[in-house]
Design a binder for this molecule. Structure first.
Ligand SMILES: [Zn+2]
Length: 495
């Protein structure tokens, strides 16, 4: 008797812990935790290319023919654009990712979703979705942009402003799919820069949502109301993971954009803008896309959208002002242009670009002036500090003492074949120097050696910046370097 009882309890416990396999219920925690099992692309999504997508789609198709992959066209440069479809249900969903080539998060999440379907076709939850909805996805709609990791396509056109003229093959494909599939729901999947905030807070926006308007009056109709309900649902899912970091994406009516156009064409469309793929934990953001989309599929399959109050859409906070990666407040700026030093704030951002297959970090001056309405991820209080461009050293021999030179404020070491010994500017170091003379030689050398984005403090110039303590009103001690900022990164801090 006893043994039988334990056997029953054991079986019950086994069933309980295996729940996701035996139940058609949506188990968010479980799905969140299994994401990486189904993730296939390079860890750094800047390196994810069309070939990775094509390779993964061929694996998915081989695994299970219930996930269908169909080439529906080509990009400008003849890369295949593929529609991936799953499910036989009446409710039709169309998703498209990476129409901006440098916005990759949703591509990774969508590939994982279809891989999960293909691998778990006997799972009751997957079967339930298969029976009740039809999911179609254009994964990596802008492969040429992805190859270069740039927003626009090979024509240098923004596909998301091409919804009406359809001048790009990629835009035409998306429009064709809308006409062919006639989806009830649309998901326009993007990334933001990672510097947006939630209004009224300093919280970095991790996911932005919008049910785009279909007219300039910003009116509602039954189509948009459904989109608002979907957005409200996604918000409630995301709040479990990133409460306080979700906001409404801020944009006016843009008839040229696909989200607004889809809404106008009768597709209940939600824009999902994920934060930066270069943040602290980009895979976490992919997981959020993965569970949020699966959760939407679940409520659409179960016809639960009607239970959601669309008025909650209005309660989602708006996107706030962007922050700078680094904000230097109230410094005395000597900009290298032979202008009297002036007080100002300097906002610096760091971007990543793909160059010859490698990721380049670019720190640049984004803005100068009264930036007191903005915040910074890092902030330097510049009171009593003199801000100048990083120094330039011209060198053809002393390659080895680079770090030593850096400690003295030489952020650029220009190597030349000219027959000269190390030239340092300014020539007098570790002594008092008149404030306005600090960047004089730097500026001259920058011009002479064509270092066009160095040597001056100007917008879009290199964020190689020195901050010295002020000795008195007219001079600084060059040995008293407080902050050394190279390419937007703080390299040295002296207290
Ligand atoms: Zn975008």
């Amino acid at each position: 008797m006893k043994i039988k009882k334990y056997a029953i309890i054991s079986l019950f416990l086994l069933l309980f812990f295996q729940m996701p396999i035996f139940s058609s219920d949506f188990n968010m925690e479980y799905l969140f935790n299994i994401y990486e099992q189904y993730r296939s692309v390079p860890k750094n999504l800047m390196l994810m290319k069309h070939k990775h997508v094509v390779h993964e789609l061929s694996i998915i198709q081989d695994l299970n023919n219930t996930v269908k992959v169909e080439q529906v066209g080509n990009s400008v440069e003849n890369r295949s654009i593929n529609l991936v479809s799953f499910g036989k249900g009446k409710i039709k969903i169309l998703l498209w990712s990476q129409m901006h080539g440098n916005e990759p998060t949703a591509t990774a999440a969508l590939l994982a979703i279809f891989r999960y379907f293909a691998d778990n076709i006997d799972n009751p939850f997957v079967q339930y979705l298969q029976k009740n909805i039809s999911i179609h996805a254009l994964i990596m709609l802008n492969p040429d942009g992805a190859e270069r990791f740039q927003r626009r396509n090979a024509y240098d056109i923004d596909i998301n402003r091409d919804a009406n003229m359809l001048q790009t093959p990629e835009g035409k494909i998306l429009k064709n799919m809308q006409e062919r599939i006639k989806p009830d729901y649309g998901f326009n999947l993007h990334n933001m820069g990672g510097r947006e905030t939630v209004d009224g807070t300093n919280n970095i926006l991790k996911i932005g949502l919008m049910a785009p308007p279909f007219n300039k009056e910003n009116e509602d109709n039954p189509i948009r109301i459904k989109a608002k309900k979907v957005a409200v649902h996604i918000k409630s899912v995301l709040d479990k993971y990133i409460n306080g970091h979700v906001a409404k994406y801020k944009a006016d009516y843009m008839p040229r954009a696909f989200g607004d156009a889809m809404q106008f064409w009768g597709v209940s469309t939600v824009l999902l803008e994920t934060g930066s793929y270069t943040g602290d934990d980009p895979i976490f953001l992919e997981k959020l896309n993965f569970v949020a989309l699966l959760s939407v599929f679940d409520i659409l399959a179960k016809n639960k959208l009607t239970e959601i109050d669309e008025k909650k859409y209005d309660e989602i906070p708006l996107e706030g002002r962007p922050v700078f990666d680094l904000l230097i407040k109230n410094a005395l700026i000597v900009n290298g242009l032979k202008i009297e030093p002036f007080m100002g704030d300097v906002g610096i951002n760091v971007d990543y670009k793909l160059k010859n297959g490698k990721i380049d970090t670019i720190g640049y001056i984004k803005d100068i002036g009264d930036l007191s309405i903005y915040n910074g991820k890092n902030i330097i209080e510049g009171e009593d500090l003199v801000l100048t461009p990083g120094f330039i050293a011209i060198d053809n021999v002393n390659k080895e003492n680079k770090s030593e030179l850096l400690q003295k404020g030489f952020t650029t070491i220009y190597h030349t074949n000219e027959d000269l010994k190390l030239q340092l500017t300014p020539t007098i170091l570790d002594t008092d120097i008149l404030i306005e003379r600090i960047p004089e030689f730097t500026s001259i050398l920058a011009k002479k050696y064509n270092l066009s984005k160095k040597g001056e403090i100007k917008r879009n110039y290199a964020a190689d910046i020195l901050l010295f303590s002020k000795e008195n009103d007219s001079s600084v001690d060059l040995g008293n370097l407080r902050y050394l900022i190279v390419n937007g990164q703080i390299k040295k801090t002296q207290e």
